[in-house]
Each structure stands twice: as C-alpha cells, then as structure tokens.
Write a protein that binds this ligand. Structure first.
Ligand SMILES: [Zn+2]
Length: 482
C-alpha cells in the first residue's frame, strides 16, 4: 500500500513537471501573441502584415467568377480576340457572333477602355454618385459572366496562387449548376400548383415536387449530371490545384431569380452532382435576395431544399439568407428568411445572415442555430458595400455572444477587390472585444464547418494547428530577439 502511494506521488510529480515544462509553453506563446496583437490592434498596416502571415484555414463563402480579377478577364479577351460593346462594355468570347457596335478587342483595345471595363465589373474607383452599391455590385456579373467559363483552369490557378500567398489552405468555391436540356410538358401546370395561394398547402406542394422530381429523373437528368461531373473533374485535374498545402472543392448553385421549375431543375442537378462526385461538396442558392421573383418564391425554394434533403440526406448545403437590410424591402419581409432557411430548408450554414435582428423570433432562432451548430459565413466588405451595414450595426457580435459558430469569408474577392487578410483586419479593428485566441478559434471554424469529408477535414485541421504553432513560434522568436 505504502509503495503504491509513493508510486502515485512520483507519477503526480512527474505529470506536474511535464505540465509545467511542456504543455504551457504553447499556451504561453499564444498568450504572448495575444499581448503583441493588442499592441498592434489599431495599426492597420501592422495588422495586414500579421494577418497575411497568420494561417487562415478556409474561405467557405467564395464565388468562382467573382474571385477572378477583371485584369484576367481582360487578358483572356485580348488573347482570344474576344468581343466588346464599347458603349455598354459588355464582352463576349471570340466564338460568339455580334454586329456593330460590337467590335473585336484587337480593333479597340486601349488602356482607357480597359480601365472603364475594370470599373464596370468591380468596385474599382466606385463612387456612390454613379448609382446604388447593390445595383452596381450585382450588375458586375453580367459584365464578366460570358468570359468566366472560357478558361476555368486559369481562373482556379489564379485564386489558388493568391490563397497560398496569404496562407489560406482551403477554398470552397461556388459555381453555377449547369442547366440541362430537359424540358417538362407539364411544367406550367406544376408551377401554378406550387405558387400563389397554393403555396400554403405544404402537403400539396410536396406532392407536386415529387412529381417534378420523378419526371426529371425519368427524362435522364442523372446522365446529364454524370456527364457534367466528368467534365468538371477533368477541369479540376487540368488545373492541378490540389497539393499538399492547398485544397479546392466546389459548391454548385441555383439562381433564385428564375422560374420555380428552373430553380428546382438546377437544385436537383446540384444535389445529384454532390451525391456522385466527391469534388462537389455542397449546394447553394444565389443572386439578390430582394429580387421580385426570389422574394415571391422564397418559401417555395426552402420547401424545395427540404424535399431534396429527403432524397439526398448526405448532401450538405449553405444558403444565402438574410442578405438584406432595413429599407431594402418592406419590414415584414425581413422577418423570416433566416428562420426558414434553418427551420424549413434545414441549411447547415447560412451565408450573410445580416438581417437577423429583424427576424420574428430572433433570440429563439439564435439559440436554435447555436444548438444545431448552424455556422454563419460573415462577409464584412461585401455587407458594407452592398447593404451599407458595418461596425456596430453588423450582427457579428450578436451571433458571437449567442454562441452561433462564425466563419470569416470573402464572398466575391475580385469584384470587391479584397482578400481574406483584409477581412481579418476589419474584424480586428471593428470588434476589439475579440482577442487573438478568439480570432484563432474563428479560423479553426473555417475548417470545422467546411463541407469536407471527415478524414480530409481532420487532416486539414492537423495542418492548421501545426501552421499556427509555427506562426506563433516564429513571431515570438522575432519578438524575443529584439
Ligand atoms: Zn455570396
């Protein structure tokens, strides 16, 4: 008995020494980084250097075409002798047919035209006098969409290189789901039975959705999707973006400002693709939430997602919801988008979530999101530009204090001419109550709440932890050498 005691005491002593010498070192380093971080908190250039070097995990809210700089689109148009309309600055690739005033870029290309194009398709030199920010932002897409798919591997490589340079190790980029040639003869009748007053009969809507689903499957949507997946995989291999430090995965999206059957067809395509291709890890719903059609059909879209979830329970989806601000729509229309995305559609993540405080049952909804771990993708630059919501008016801290998981993301980094580093600088300067350790936890969230499969997620988390260890050790070595 006595020997056992002695053995226990020795073991305890050994553990105590170990705890004192080994384990706290990393903790002490993190604490020292905390102190350093507070010293540079109000110094944006120092914060930029700090956050550029800091490992940032993933960017989970990232639109493919909005992440490629206008300069690249211009170069693609120039090299391929694409088209431009000098009056509207709309562009097209060489294969298309256009009449005057459209001209080939080789006939017109000049630096002033290029600058005008860059202003048209991004926030470059934007001045509020030229029109509302949201209209300008969403109009940029028409300016580059025809060129966006011309050379996808080049686009993927562009933002991969940029990601590596700022220590981002994962991107989950959103691309439009392809449309299929399948058209249904009963489409108009089915649309009628899902809209207007019929919407309130959820059982009947569900029944109609089942019919549309069966018809699309019968007409061969699965084959069309398989063909698309093979092409997408090939592009991914050609681009050669995945390596030991960087991983790229895709979400496929449907445009919510389209007719109900079109939205459904794209959503089904996206779900089917995500179920058969491991590179496609999720589904999304995009384009302005305050559009006439997207407002009208919002609840129907949420019901479509619930229905598709029953067919594809393993497919994950994030929904743009609550990308609205007071004054954009009538107040009663600000009260239900996030709650329906969570409660009806069952989204695993929410994009933006800016109008949460206007939700009818706001505090209960926050509790539910915290309990279900529904992460919110925070896009500070985007919300400032499109919604004019920033600083204390932004609900970031409201989510944070209610324990709703948050991830920091860019939305459309090239249109907004920003990067993930700048999003962290804004976070640190605008929300001084968030200490370095807490910001570090938000970075970790960007992998934890990604749609990566468990084994890859674990691998990415281990890499991230190691990268943080090295980042902090290097910073402290530098500080102590001074
Ligand atoms: Zn977005």
């Amino acid at each position: 008995m006595k020997t056992l005691h002695k053995y226990h005491l020795l073991l305890l002593l050994f553990l105590a020494i170990l705890a004192f010498t080994e384990l706290p070192q990393q903790y002490r380093t993190t604490e020292e980084v905390n102190e350093y971080f507070e010293q540079i908190r109000n110094n944006p250039p120092m914060l930029t250097a700090f956050f550029t070097a800091m490992p940032k995990g993933g960017d989970l809210h990232h639109h493919y075409s909005g992440a490629i700089y206008g300069e690249t689109y211009w170069a693609i148009l120039t090299e391929s002798n694409g088209w431009i309309n000098p009056h509207t600055l709309m562009t097209d690739t060489a294969g298309a047919q256009h009449k005057a005033p459209w001209k080939h870029l080789s006939e017109l290309g000049s630096d002033s035209l290029k600058q005008a194009y860059l202003r048209k398709i991004s926030v470059k030199d934007y001045n509020e006098l030229s029109g509302p920010g949201d209209q300008h932002f969403f109009s940029t897409f028409a300016g580059f969409s025809p060129v966006a798919s011309y050379d996808i591997p080049r686009g993927l490589q562009e933002f991969k290189q940029r990601a590596i340079a700022e220590n981002v190790s994962y991107i989950e980029t959103i691309m439009g789901a392809p449309d299929t040639a399948i058209r249904l003869s009963a489409a108009a009748m089915w649309e009628k039975s899902m809209t207007g007053a019929r919407l309130s009969d959820s059982a009947a809507v569900s029944d109609t959705l089942e019919k549309v689903y069966a018809a699309l499957i019968k007409n061969g949507i699965t084959n069309a999707v398989a063909k698309f997946c093979r092409r997408q995989d090939l592009i991914h291999q050609q681009a050669a973006v995945d390596d030991s430090v960087f991983t790229l995965r895709y979400q496929l999206s449907a445009n919510r400002n389209a007719s109900p059957i079109s939205v459904y067809r794209k959503l089904l395509t996206a779900f089917q693709a995500a179920s058969m291709d491991s590179l496609i890890v999720g589904v999304n719903l995009v384009s302005p939430e305050d559009g006439e059609v997207s407002m009208r059909d919002y609840t129907l879209h949420m019901m479509m997602l619930a229905h598709l979830h029953r067919h594809y329970p393993q497919v994950r989806y994030s929904l743009h919801a609550g990308e609205l601000a007071a004054g954009m729509v009538r107040p009663e229309l600000l009260r239900y988008h996030i709650s329906q995305a969570v409660m009806i559609a069952g989204a695993q993540r929410i994009g933006h979530g800016v109008d949460i405080s206007h939700e009818a049952q706001c505090l209960q909804l926050l509790d539910t999101m915290a309990q279900r771990k529904v992460a919110v993708e925070i896009n500070l630059s985007s919300n400032e530009f499109i919604l004019h919501v920033k600083n204390e008016a932004h609900p970031l801290l409201m989510y944070y204090t209610h324990h709703v998981p948050l991830v920091i993301s860019t939305d459309d980094p090239a249109v907004l001419r920003t990067d993930l580093t700048e999003q962290y600088v804004l976070l640190a300067t605008r929300y001084p109550s968030l200490r370095y350790v807490e910001i570090k936890a938000l970075v970790r969230n960007s992998i934890v709440y990604s749609f990566l499969p468990p084994a890859l997620k674990e691998q990415k988390l281990q890499q991230l932890d190691k990268a943080f260890y090295e980042f902090e050790a290097a910073l402290m070595k530098r500080m102590n050498a001074k």
